[in-house]
Design a protein around this ligand. Structure first.
Ligand SMILES: NC(=O)c1ccc[n+]([C@@H]2O[C@H](COP(=O)([O-])OP(=O)(O)OC[C@H]3O[C@@H](n4cnc5c(N)ncnc54)[C@H](OP(=O)(O)O)[C@@H]3O)[C@@H](O)[C@H]2O)c1
Length: 232
């Protein structure tokens, strides 16, 4: 147990699972009142759950308004959709990817604004594919690059509040399939072999980067790469 976030309120949109759940857990361990917003309303032990879909602006606004003063807003929510190569790309995958990850993050910042403390931080989530180019990655690449840009623009607009973006490489979460499934294990094995560090990340390693963004008062407008050397 630490106290880096004592007496502070940390809201994690997407805090029911994966990276967001690890952020909420770490925030709670560091003394914060940690709140996880998601559709399922699941939350790690000690974290307060709130049910809201980030694409339902009325519900999201109500959820954020019910919390009181927010010291740190984190957005990790993303749609679990396949984003195939261009010929097979359909409107709904493209739309929901942008709805949840980009528009969700921007609307969350907008709706949280009246509730943010004077020196609050906001941390968005993008991904290395914003700058790792390849076939079949146009949707994810474009949405992540847009999240990086949105974070940097808002860092200027919302100053002295700070806005940063954490950009993960491959992390072992259910984004890659159910725990123990063949799809998830084979993806992780293949990616691990190609990385300089020879393994993918644990969600807790990403959570440490969000904690850094929340607690270091000199960091703003940064895109923090936590990718095991994936961009090299
Ligand atoms: N895992 C990786 O390798 C990796 C790599 C690069 C970038 N990223 C990014 O990191 C972020 C977190 O990924 P993850 O691996 O932790 O994914 P995850 O395990 O699938 O978690 C996603 C979270 O988002 C929530 N969520 C999804 N749709 C939502 C909605 N409409 N409204 C509210 N909450 C919603 C989910 O909760 P409910 O289902 O309960 O709503 C869940 O808590 C995403 O932006 C992802 O693109 C991940």
């Amino acid at each position: 147990m630490g106290n880096a976030l004592s007496n502070q309120t940390v809201v994690v949109i997407g805090g029911s699972n994966g990276i967001g759940a690890a952020v909420a857990t770490l925030a709670q361990t560091e003394g914060a009142r940690a709140i996880a917003i998601s559709r399922s309303g699941a939350a790690p032990g000690g974290v307060v759950p709130i049910v809201a879909d980030v694409s339902d602006l009325l519900a999201l606004g109500k959820a954020l308004a019910s919390i009181g003063v927010i010291d740190h807003l984190v957005h990790t929510a993303a749609a679990r959709v396949s984003t195939p190569a261009l010929p097979s790309l359909d409107e709904s995958a493209l739309q929901s990817t942008f709805d949840i990850k980009l528009f969700g993050a921007i609307h969350a910042a907008r709706l949280a604004l009246p509730h943010l403390s004077e020196r609050a931080s906001i941390t968005f989530t993008s991904g290395q594919v914003s700058r790792k180019y390849g076939t079949g990655s146009v949707t994810k690449g474009a949405v992540n690059a847009a999240v990086d840009a949105a974070g940097r623009h808002l860092a200027k607009e919302l100053a002295p509040r700070r806005v940063n973006v954490v950009s993960p490489g491959v992390v072992d979460t259910s984004l890659w399939g159910e725990a123990g499934s063949e799809t998830r294990s084979s993806t992780i094995e293949r990616v691990s072999a190609a990385l300089p560090v020879k393994r993918v990340a644990r969600p807790e390693e990403l959570a440490a980067a969000y904690l850094f963004a929340m607690t270091n008062g000199f960091v703003t407008g940064s895109v923090i790469d936590v990718d095991g050397g994936g961009l090299l």
